[in-house]
Design a protein around this ligand. Structure first.
Ligand code: NDP
Length: 243
């Protein structure tokens, strides 16, 4: 049976590369995004050009009601199908030193990464358990493992998802649902466009930023049947930056 994969934040960056990878593996891709419809349509075109299929599924991952409604409507419209792969990728950065951080900067980042993980995962997990197969892959960050100054909000949100990954993995393992996290270092996307790669070369052993595809390849493996004995893990893809 063709698998359905929901990729949150699939319109751009790492999420787009993941959509392409999973599409090439034969999955039908549900491309989630919040507001950038043009970019999401470009992702869908890219999936189709690579021989895959997909559709757009916009909702704000931070809005529990919106997430549940959109996902449940898809499930009602596709009764014979279920979403067996969930990639919780949507995320935002709003950096500031803690002493100057306002409520909005804290909440936006926590709501998108941590609450976003919760709402989408809770909505999809029951069917994965009933069908006895599921793959949940959470895109976290080196910041969530090491902590990064200027990113107390982001580090806390990603560390929260790492804890949730490890706990949920144990809840659902016996039903053949795996839950893993991928922790990228610096990857070339809109999120890092304000950073100059040259300034970081000396601290990254591989001496460059990563490409979104280098994250997507690992996500593809974790989404595949071959990864069935890997669960509760956080796998770093950082070009050698120490975790
Ligand atoms: P981008 O800024 O390039 O893309 C972010 C994506 O998330 C977009 O598709 C955006 O949709 C979507 N998004 C943001 N907020 C929401 C929301 N509330 N609801 C639904 N979708 C939303 O980010 P990256 O590709 O760089 O990052 C992807 C993930 O990887 C994030 O979780 C990030 O924290 C993580 N990461 C990235 C690193 C990097 O170096 N780039 C390093 C470590 C981790 P829209 O187009 O509609 O705005």
């Amino acid at each position: 049976m063709k698998q359905n994969a929901l990729v949150t934040g699939g319109s751009r960056g790492i999420g787009r590369a993941v959509c392409y990878r999973l599409g090439q593996m034969g999955c039908h891709i549900l491309i989630n995004y919040r507001s950038n419809e043009d970019a999401a349509k470009e992702t869908l075109e890219g999936v189709e050009q690579r021989g895959g299929s997909g559709e757009l599924l916009p909702f704000d991952v931070a809005d529990g009601q919106a997430a549940t409604t959109a996902i449940e409507k898809w499930q009602q419209d596709n009764e014979e199908e279920y979403i067996s792969i969930l990639v919780n990728n949507a995320g935002v950065r709003q950096d500031n030193m803690l002493m100057w951080m306002n409520d909005e900067e804290w909440e936006n980042v926590m709501d998108t990464s941590l609450n976003g993980f919760f709402f989408s995962t809770r909505t999809l997990i029951k069917q994965m358990l009933t069908k006895r197969f599921g793959r949940i892959i959470n895109i976290v960050s080196l910041s969530g493992l090491n902590g990064m100054p200027g990113q107390v909000n982001y580090s806390a949100a990603k560390a929260g998802v790492i804890g949730a990954t490890k706990a949920l993995a144990q809840e659902v393992a016996k039903k053949k649902v795996t839950v893993n996290a991928v922790a990228p270092g610096f990857i070339k996307t809109d999120m890092t466009q304000d950073l100059d790669e040259k300034d970081y070369k000396s601290v990254i052993p591989v001496q460059r930023f990563g490409e979104p595809e280098e994250i997507a390849d690992l996500v593809g493996f974790l989404a595949s049947e071959q990864s069935s004995y890997i669960t509760g893990e956080v796998i770093s893809v950082t070009g050698g930056l120490a975790t």
